[in-house]
Design a protein around this ligand. Structure first.
Ligand code: SF4
Ligand code: SF4
Length: 172
């Protein structure tokens, strides 16, 4: 049977190592700043945030999304297509669009963005110190750059952009 999946053929078969490095660096910085923000409210919330980020981004979404992606076993924009082959068996690209991962990803990234901001703002109102303001500014800058500007760049070259619900560029 012919596949109904429309791959964006002009997209990159594999991304450069520099793009992958930059993407991972931004992701690590984002989670690091989120963890610090939660920790400034209470150390336990920092640990819970970090654990949640590692489990969701590093394991659950890799299993639910990457195994059904055309970049499985390839160097995608974050290199996680390769990473997921080390831990999970390949799936079926036809399942990508309606997979649980597509529903879970915006929820996960939304929580990971909003929760540290809430805790940090509460912490600032409880006791203002300049360091907290610096973390807030950095967190906003990294979130905006990686979530909007950098994501648009990588999504525009992604072969999954026609079927990915999380694609940050207009479909065509
Ligand atoms: S493009 Fe996204 S879903 Fe596909 S392998 Fe890379 S990280 Fe996973
Ligand atoms: S379109 Fe964007 S969000 Fe979707 S898999 Fe590709 S790079 Fe990831």
């Amino acid at each position: 049977m012919e596949s109904k999946i429309k791959i964006y053929e002009q997209g990159l078969k594999e991304y450069s190592k520099a793009t992958i490095f930059q993407g991972n660096l931004l992701m690590i910085l984002w989670v690091f700043l989120g963890t610090i923000s939660c920790r400034l409210f209470c150390p336990l919330t920092g640990w819970i945030y970090l654990l949640f980020a590692i489990i969701m981004i590093g394991i659950i979404l890799r299993k639910l999304l990457c195994t059904n992606c055309c970049y499985y076993n390839r160097w995608c924009c974050l290199g996680w297509g390769k990473l997921s082959t080390l831990f999970f068996k390949g799936g079926n690209i036809e399942k990508f669009k309606d997979s649980y991962g597509q529903k879970l990803a915006p929820f996960t990234y939304g929580l990971l963005t909003v929760i540290p901001l809430i805790f940090l703002l509460i912490s600032i109102f409880q006791e203002f110190v300049f360091f907290k303001l610096m973390i807030l500014i950095l967190l906003l800058l990294v979130s905006i750059y990686s979530g909007a500007i950098n994501r648009k760049k990588t999504c525009s070259k992604c072969r999954m952009r026609l079927i990915c619900k999380g694609c940050a560029v207009k479909q065509n």
